[in-house]
Design a binder for this molecule. Structure first.
Ligand code: ATP
Length: 451
């Protein structure tokens, strides 16, 4: 993990936020390469899940919604974590995590009173200073603020803790304006905010993060079939972006472990350096959300099937993944160190060409005008089709290493012979194999590499 955090900072993937002011806990900024890679993931996700299916549409709802949305969704009452404080050093912990780590037992489904008793009976102390802990109480994870210029009498408003509610409350708008028919899915990418008590592990758990969510609406009788079909799409997505099978684990949650709205949940775990942890959740939310919003808003969120003449509230299948967590998983999945000859260690980020910040780097081997002009011409041409970078600084070996560790798939080198034989050398990131290719055949060669 340390190597990945250091690479991410050194090469401009991810920086600690507000660092010139001493930072802000668990908040990160994405640097030039990180921002590119994040966008590539989003674009590929839209391409894979939305544009390649006729039963999917894209959506983009506001971060702020009427506060009633969060009452209806259950977040005002139920989106809580159990919290405990140290009386001596005032450090704050999530009581369930603390108990599970200290006593090595599951505390799923236990009340605050039960956890307080466990702490007392087992003499659990503050892990930092061994001070006495307070009773366990709940803490709502939503960030609350006020709307309007007068903070005191402004209306309470929340930063959304998940993106999907914006889709549910627009169910009728989407139906009426786009004429979609059940079964269909709505996909959305957007920021979500949670006042997590114990964030950490770099970008794994942060206060502000992006979610990639799909709400797939289906007939209640078809829900099991739809669950399997959409899960199949999700499994193919992980293959598509190059996540290794052995890094994924599918875990079905028990009733006590599931969120209040869920009838069935499978969490998809990824093998992070700190263990297998949740990467994505995949839930059958039933008709919970549409029914609750119908009740709270007074507007019936139902579907009328013109063929069967049946009116019903669809069930929802929800695959939901955090973009930042997926970003970290992709770095971990692709990172490796290799011994190369006597020259030491080569760091390689084996990212799929679909999401690597750059697909191609172009170099002149020697920095004479003729080589530079030819290399720049090739670069300018390829830039129109591929994500390319150009580098003429330092030795060729160092330039290869620089590209390997940021995941660039192919390096194209113009050498003095290129001027005579109209050919370049193309080196592959993963195998380091080199091919000599005619400049006139370059496009055809690259099409084969990137499809
Ligand atoms: P966790 O158990 O890790 O807190 P969760 O079960 O509360 O996650 P969901 O509400 O199911 O998470 O959210 C869907 C996805 O959003 C998660 O699988 C994860 O990828 C991402 N996510 C949730 N909370 C965070 C966070 N604080 N930071 C980064 N990503 C998050």
């Amino acid at each position: 993990m340390e190597y990945i955090v250091s690479l991410a900072k050194r090469r401009g993937f991810v920086f600690p936020a507000s660092s010139i002011y001493g930072g802000i806990a668990n908040t990160w900024d994405y640097g030039p390469l990180g921002a590119l890679m994040k966008n590539n993931i989003k674009n590929e996700w839209i391409k894979f899940f939305v544009t390649s299916f006729d039963d999917m549409v894209l959506f983009d709802s506001a971060i702020f919604q009427n506060a009633k949305v969060w009452e209806a969704s259950g977040h005002v009452d139920k989106f809580n974590d159990p919290l405990v404080d140290c009386i001596k050093c005032h450090k704050r912990y999530r009581a369930d995590t603390l108990l599970e780590d200290t006593l090595k037992i599951s505390v799923e489904g236990l009340s605050c009173e039960d956890m307080t008793r466990l702490i007392k009976d087992n003499n659990v102390k503050c892990p930092s200073c061994k001070g006495t802990l307070t009773s366990v109480r709940t803490f709502n994870l939503m960030f609350k603020t006020k709307m309007g210029p007068m903070a005191d009498d402004g209306e309470d408003i929340y930063l959304r803790p998940e993106t999907c509610q914006g889709i549910f409350i627009n169910f009728s708008n989407i139906l009426k304006s786009y004429r979609v028919k059940v079964p269909f899915g709505v996909a959305q990418i957007g920021k979500a905010f949670r006042n997590e008590i114990t964030p950490g592990n770099f970008i794994f758990r942060t206060l502000e993060f992006e979610q990639l969510e799909i709400e797939y609406f289906t007939h209640p009788n078809d829900v099991d079939k739809t669950f399997t079909e959409i899960m199949d799409r999700v499994k193919r997505w992980y293959q598509y972006i190059g996540i290794k099978d052995e890094n994924l684990k599918f875990v079905e949650l028990s009733e006590e472990e599931r969120a209040h709205y869920s009838k069935k949940t499978i969490d998809i775990y990824f093998k992070f350096p700190f263990g297998f942890k949740e990467l994505q959740s995949f839930a059958n939310r039933g008709d919970y959300d549409l029914s609750r919003h119908s009740k709270f808003s007074g507007e019936k969120l139902e579907y009328y099937d013109e063929v069967s003449k049946e009116k019903y509230t669809p069930y929802v299948i929800e695959p939901s993944v955090g973009l930042d967590r997926l970003f970290l998983a992709l770095l971990v999945n692709g990172y490796r160190e290799e011994k190369v000859g006597d020259n030491g260690i080569r760091v390689v980020l084996s990212l799929s060409s679909k999401i690597a910040p750059f697909q191609i780097a172009v170099f002149p081997l020697e920095v004479d005008n003729k080589s530079i002009n030819l290399a720049k011409k090739i670069y300018e041409d390829l830039k129109l089709v591929y994500r390319c970078t150009y580098d003429e600084g330092s030795s060729i070996g160092k330039r290869y290493r620089r590209q390997d560790e940021i995941g660039t798939c192919k390096c194209i080198t113009v050498d003095p012979n290129s001027l005579d034989d109209d050919s370049v050398t193309i080196r592959d990131r993963d195998t380091m194999k080199q091919d000599r290719v005619k400049i006139s055949d370059l496009k055809e060669y690259l099409i084969k590499c990137f499809t």
